[in-house]
Write a protein that binds this ligand. Structure first.
Ligand SMILES: Cc1ncc(COP(=O)(O)O)c(C=O)c1O
Length: 271
């Protein structure tokens, strides 16, 4: 929010990828921007030609998120580099939301900041350290932008609660590798079990699977999933201009995931 308020003036354009985390387009709207969507279906990978075509003289910011919520897609090193360089060439700010950076299962995480030092990185403790209700995050990037963000912060939420800051500082000493390995197994468990019944692109990271609804619109499908099967999943139109997919979060105990898988299998045939 702070980053967009600092970087965007009313009427500027902000590029987001479709599907994307719900906040990006909403917050760009709050900042007065026109949101420009770059479609990433069907594999949820960023197509640099589409990004270049979406850029106009009014484009101020590109918001990038890899690994992604809701798709779990992880951009390749080549794509991250290409996007970072494209933003630099066109003098467009790049916000990189790296909150899932530890959750990369197949390839090491790559930040666009490696190729474009003007990248503004936003990050947080919620996902890596399992403290989502605490809402403690941080940002790093160009000094001038951070300084303006600090000004806004001081006149809005002032700071994260002090005890939480101490807890987060301690969390940095925790080795999360066993936790990430367990999540890789959960990813495989869900994808391998459901691939026969659902159209799924194996996600490389985060803890989401963005699957195509087996029948109907995603909204119809999710309604039945919740009311009849007690599956709490999110319809794709929350994240997207399309209502075709739904998001599963596998941040749950394996026993719960197994129950969920059985329910998904029955739901696929229950039109
Ligand atoms: C992509 C992404 N960015 C940012 C956040 C915000 O995290 P928090 O408010 O818990 O720090 C989330 C949480 O769901 C997310 O998925």
């Amino acid at each position: 929010m702070l980053a967009l308020l600092v970087l965007v003036n009313p009427g500027d354009e902000v590029i987001v990828f479709d599907p994307c985390f719900v906040m990006y387009d909403a917050l760009a709207g709050v900042a007065g921007a026109k949101v420009v969507y770059v479609d990433t279906y069907p594999d949820f990978q960023v197509d640099l030609d589409k990004v270049a075509a979406a850029m106009t003289p009014r484009t101020k910011v590109v918001v990038f998120n890899s690994p992604s919520n809701p798709t779990g897609a992880v951009a390749s090193r080549q794509t991250v580099r290409g996007l970072a360089e494209l933003a630099a060439e066109r003098d467009i700010a790049l916000i990189s939301d790296e909150i899932y950076r530890e959750f990369c299962y197949d390839e090491p995480f790559v930040s666009p900041a490696e190729f474009n030092p003007h990248t503004l990185v936003v990050d947080g403790f919620s996902k890596t350290y399992g403290m989502p209700g605490w809402r403690v995050g941080f940002a790093h990037g160009p000094r001038a932008v951070i300084q303006e963000m600090v000004k806004l912060q001081q006149y809005s939420f002032v700071c994260a609660p002090h005890p939480f800051q101490w807890a987060c500082a301690d969390a940095l000493d925790i080795d999360v590798r066993p936790h990430i390995a367990a999540y890789r197994c959960k990813r495989d468990m869900v994808v391998d079990a459901l691939a026969g019944d659902y159209e799924i692109v194996r996600p490389g990271g985060a803890f989401y699977v963005f699957a195509k609804a087996a029948w109907g619109t995603a909204t119809e499908f999710v309604e039945k999933a919740i009311t009849k099967y007690e599956l709490l999943i999110i319809p794709g139109d929350v994240f997207s201009r399309r209502d075709t997919h739904f998001r599963i979060s596998y941040a749950a105990d394996n026993a719960v995931i197994e129950r969920g898988i059985e329910a998904f299998k029955r739901l696929a045939r229950d039109r």
